[in-house]
Design a protein. Structure first.
Ligand SMILES: Cc1cc2nc3c(=O)[nH]c(=O)nc-3n(C[C@H](O)[C@H](O)[C@H](O)COP(=O)(O)O)c2cc1C
Length: 366
């Protein structure tokens, strides 16, 4: 292994040591195709194949039945699901890997079809005008129900229970999915949060739920085993629209996270070209590295060269790779060999079965 590549050097993450800085980004793959949404043997194989990553972040895993928004996504709220995940974490650990569980609530990106006709929950009753992937295929999203204070409290408590379950399932930690236009992001954004109570109105109020979620999870998981994901410049995707307070809101959140000893802050560079979008910050790592004192993980559009560079430039400590990990189970070995990487097939991202999931080959050693 070429130890000169920054991506391939060890990294002390809280009280753990990662064997390299190549992180597998959270990737929904919709293979939990059983009524209980329980992780199955195919998923065990898929994660085990990728255990040479310094850290794996699991696909988004719903914290409750109300949190579901896509077909065949696994949960982390029933005993059966915990037992299913246990097999995944054991297989990853047996291969010397580490794995965090991504805790997910989709909020208004869900559909009544998942909730016996009841409306999905969100900060406010504002339709994202997007699409939801239901058991009957893609359907237009609906206007969600604005959460009551009791529903907010219940959801915060569900995050805590899900985190507790994740640790019982043998995960090394949890990642709060406060990104990509899902429930917590819906609270942060002025365009999706019109609340007039303590959870809306000001930047501090719109961010409040996140800190309550962290404080709840802290009851069950050491702070240095809790990570958190943000996508500050998300625009025109998953119903999100940037406004003049978006980046100031994320600035406030990131600075406030300095009061915690979290495992990491996981940031995404913009998902699309935002150079002409008003209020966007096009350079996320550059903007946020000076604001955050802890471990910074960066994602979106990286390859081996750019990943090594962003670490060498001191702009990030860890790099998360998404699509490259779908098609290269041995991504770390390929990086070490400076070998070609295989291209992913979008058509099998979310389809059932092994095709496009566990059948991507590893590099031929010859
Ligand atoms: C098939 C697929 C599923 C994804 N599922 C999730 C998910 O469950 N949670 C999440 O935070 N991001 C999810 N993402 C976003 C990825 O984690 C990552 O941010 C994105 O792919 C950009 O990184 P990349 O350029 O390295 O692929 C998903 C992306 C893809 C392509």
């Amino acid at each position: 292994m070429d130890n000169k590549q920054p991506l391939l050097t060890e990294y002390p993450l809280g009280d753990m040591t990662l064997k390299n800085r190549v992180v597998m980004a959270p990737l929904t793959r919709s293979r939990a195709d059983n009524p209980g949404k329980v992780p199955n043997d195919l998923m065990v194989e898929y994660y085990a194949q990728r255990a040479s990553a310094g850290l794996i972040i699991s696909e988004g895993s719903q914290i409750s039945e109300r949190a579901v928004g896509y077909i065949n996504t696994p949960g982390i709220h029933t005993d059966e699901q915990v037992q299913g995940w246990q097999k995944v974490t054991e297989a990853v650990h047996a291969r010397g890997g580490k794995i965090f569980c991504q805790l997910w609530h989709v909020g208004r990106m869900s559909h009544p079809d998942f909730h016996q006709g009841e409306l999905p929950l969100s900060a406010s009753a504002i339709n994202p005008n997007s699409q939801s992937f239901t058991p009957e295929g893609f359907k237009d999203t609906v206007t969600p129900k604005a959460m009551t204070i009791d529903e907010i409290k219940q959801t915060i408590s569900d995050y805590g229970q899900a985190a507790k379950n994740a640790m019982a399932a043998g995960f090394d930690g949890v990642e709060i999915h406060s990104s990509n236009g899902y429930l917590l992001h819906q609270f942060f954004s002025k365009t999706s949060n019109h609340r007039s109570d303590e959870y809306g109105g000001t930047i501090e109020n719109r961010a409040k739920i996140l800190f309550e979620v962290i404080d709840e999870i802290k009851q069950h998981v050491p702070e240095n085993r809790i990570g958190l994901r943000l996508n500050p410049s998300l625009h025109g995707i998953f119903g999100m629209t940037l406004d003049e307070e978006s980046i100031p809101t994320f600035d406030y959140i990131v600075k406030s996270l300095n009061n915690y000893d979290l495992a990491y802050l996981h940031l995404s560079e913009p998902f699309n070209d935002v150079s002409d979008v008003p209020y966007a910050e096009p350079n996320i790592a550059k903007h946020y590295r000076p604001l955050y004192k802890g471990t910074l993980m960066i994602n979106t559009g990286f390859n081996r060269e750019r990943g090594n560079q962003v670490i060498a430039d001191g702009l990030a400590d860890l790099v998360a790779f998404g699509k490259l990990f779908i098609s290269n189970p041995d991504l770390v070995e390929r990086f070490a060999a400076k070998a070609e990487t295989a291209r992913w097939d979008e058509d099998t991202f979310y389809t059932p079965g092994a095709k496009g999931y566990t059948d991507y080959p590893v590099l031929d050693p010859t």
